[in-house]
Design a binder for this molecule. Structure first.
Ligand code: SF4
Length: 243
């Protein structure tokens, strides 16, 4: 027997260029075991083709469908409706915070992606650069020359949830600092200067909101604390190094 349907109101943040942000409500019937992204897609498919949002893989690998659901950062493709609302209630969906809104629910992640590149935390590497045991030698399709290595899926949820990122657009933010922690500071003075700068790891307030929302168990807050230890250690070493 299929589960009983719920009647909910999907309340969606709308904002086109030059328009003041506002909410629009879309009443609909849902299966509570569907995901929030399914409900958003239903609005686009049957109610309003102008709704703009990002999505791709539908299985929490690409990180594209991050949004704020009832004020909490979620990957909407893996967030069941029954976990975030109830029958007869309203379900609010907004774009991630601390990113410029491109349109409706879609945000501009460009600066974030280039900061990840700057600290050397690329989500996708050419196979030739990958440190993996016994790399396959028989792939020949173009796309198979690249491989995803990192656990961070670059969804941006941690940046949206971060209270320090809300105070400064220049702050590198949790995912970027977590990515830097993986790179090692010993022989990388440029990276050391970057993470030890005004917009680097000392801006973190240790709120741990990033770790709470991360869907990929990266634990950025713990990595930032580890990075602080690395920086202090490296600074001391450089201070007392014999000429
Ligand atoms: S650290 Fe976690 S929350 Fe932040 S971008 Fe990476 S996967 Fe997303």
């Amino acid at each position: 027997m299929s589960p009983a349907k719920w009647n909910i109101i999907l309340k969606i943040h709308r904002q086109k260029q030059g328009e003041a942000p506002h909410f629009e409500e879309f009443p609909m019937q849902v299966d509570p075991d569907e995901y929030v992204l399914d409900a958003v897609e239903r609005v686009w498919a049957f109610m309003d083709r102008s709704l703009c949002f990002r999505h791709a893989c539908h299985h929490s690998t690409c990180g594209a469908c991050g949004m704020r659901v009832n004020d909490v950062e979620k990957l909407t493709c893996i967030t069941p409706i029954r976990e975030v609302t109830r029958d007869g209630a309203t379900l609010k969906v907004e774009p991630l915070r601390n990113f410029p809104v491109v349109s409706d629910l879609a945000v501009d992640m460009g600066t974030f992606y280039s900061r990840m590149e700057t600290v050397g935390a690329r989500a996708v590497l050419p196979v030739s650069e990958a440190e993996i045991e016994n790399p396959p030698t028989t792939w020949d399709a173009d796309e198979s020359q690249y491989i995803r290595l990192a656990d961070c899926i670059e969804c941006g949820l941690c940046i949206s949830a971060c209270p320090a990122a809300a105070t400064s657009t220049e702050y590198l933010g949790p995912a970027v600092l977590a990515g830097a922690q993986d790179q090692g500071l010993k022989r990388n003075l440029k990276l050391l200067e970057l993470v030890d700068s005004e917009d680097g790891l000392w801006r973190c307030h240790s709120a741990f909101e990033c770790t709470a929302v991360c869907p990929s168990f990266v634990d950025p807050a713990r990595r930032i604390m580890d990075l602080r230890m690395q920086v202090i250690e490296e600074r001391f070493k450089r201070l007392f190094r014999k000429p």
